[in-house]
Design a protein around this ligand. Structure first.
Ligand SMILES: NC(=O)c1ccc[n+]([C@@H]2O[C@H](COP(=O)([O-])OP(=O)(O)OC[C@H]3O[C@@H](n4cnc5c(N)ncnc54)[C@H](O)[C@@H]3O)[C@@H](O)[C@H]2O)c1
Length: 326
């Protein structure tokens, strides 16, 4: 009996795999290493280099390891790239995802937890955003995740599987013990780029939009620590194992931080300057995205424990500065 984690060699995946291994769950990672790193796969997990695009390869892995649950994280996830190349996103995030579902049906695997995103909501009508908020993505990445959520609903309705979709807001931070962290090329996420600017890996942080209707004019986002995300996956995994019905949950800490707040908190914590430059807004970037995570708190007892600013930035710094003399 095992849990398959697709995309488990990626940033969020490796944290989840470590938590599952710590829980004593036999865990198998399937990753094609297009973005992931073999060395991030925690010791104690099995690793299969392969793609969700390969129906026989996936079915063989499901059978070989007697997989009973899947955590499906494998995807492309850069919003800007999805606007330039939507086909790449629909092919990997939808079509290859359907190949995975078909292999699961073929092999009788009936539980799946899916990495969805706040991008399914688009421009918010109310904040904090509840799960029943209208779903109107503003980019192909968000659409690809919403289409896959819809596919999951139809597989659930047909009785093939029980499903949990977790809509993450902005994943951030790194393993508090410094074993894993974010390593994307190119890096598009705020906190690693703030730290890259401190480390001189980029000349300066680019701040997109300084005239939003927010307290300091910069965009406000809900940053959720990867260790808190990992905990939510373990709770969802246990709930599905115990026979729980399908569900959709937001995952955020419920507090928003502006870009300038992140910059100031970094400068205060590290006692270093963050070089930055102001740029115009990017199209489709809402002013404020903050989650209501009341549903998962209530139903699964989830509580974020690592998502205060100092832990988010401090743990990411521990990772980012590891191989650089500062
Ligand atoms: N990082 C965030 O803030 C965030 C927010 C919301 C949702 N998500 C979702 O969480 C998941 C993980 O995100 P991440 O930030 O860790 O990204 P990541 O790029 O670090 O990880 C994705 C992993 O999937 C692998 N992969 C991609 N396509 C594959 C395929 N067809 N078959 C096998 N492996 C494949 C990549 O090699 C990579 O290791 C994604 O589904 C993403 O959409 C992330």
């Amino acid at each position: 009996m095992a849990c398959l984690v697709t995309g488990g060699a990626g940033y969020i995946g490796c944290h989840i795999v470590q938590r599952l291994v710590d829980e004593g769950v036999r865990t198998v990672v399937l990753d094609d290493l297009t973005k992931g790193h073999r060395e991030l796969v925690p010791r104690g997990a099995d690793f299969v280099e392969g793609s969700t695009a390969d129906p026989d390869g996936v079915a063989e892995t499901l059978k070989r390891f007697h997989v009973e649950s899947v955590i499906h994280m494998a995807a492309h996830c850069e919003v800007g790239e999805s606007v330039r190349d939507p086909e790449k996103y629909f092919t990997n995030n939808v079509s290859h995802g359907l190949t995975l579902l078909e292999a699961m049906v073929r092999c009788g695997v009936k539980e799946i937890i899916f990495s969805s995103t706040a991008a399914v909501y688009g421009e918010p009508e109310e904040v904090p955003i509840p799960e029943h908020h209208p779903l109107r993505p503003t980019n192909p990445y968000g659409w690809s995740k919403l289409v896959f959520e819809r596919a999951l609903e139809t597989y659930r309705a047909a009785g093939f599987m029980r499903t949990v979709a977790l809509r993450y807001f902005n994943a951030a931070g790194a393993d508090p013990k410094g074993r894993f962290g974010e390593d994307h090329e190119p890096e598009t996420h705020l906190i690693p780029n703030v730290l890259n600017a401190v480390l001189g890996k980029i000349p300066r942080l680019e701040i997109y939009g300084t005239d939003y209707a927010t307290a300091d004019g910069t965009a406000v986002r809900d940053y959720i620590h990867v260790s808190d995300l990992a905990e939510a996956h373990v709770l969802a995994y246990r709930a599905l194992r115990a026979g729980k019905d399908s569900a959709v949950y937001n995952l955020g800490n419920g507090k928003g931080f502006s870009i300038r707040e992140i910059v100031q908190a970094t400068e205060a914590l590290l006692r270093k300057k963050v070089p930055f430059v102001d740029r115009p807004r990017r199209p489709g970037d809402p002013a404020v995205l903050v989650a209501s995570s009341e549903r998962i708190r209530r139903e699964l007892g989830w509580r974020p424990r690592y998502s205060d600013l100092d832990t988010l930035i401090g743990s990411a710094w521990k990772w980012a500065s590891k191989t650089v003399s500062v």
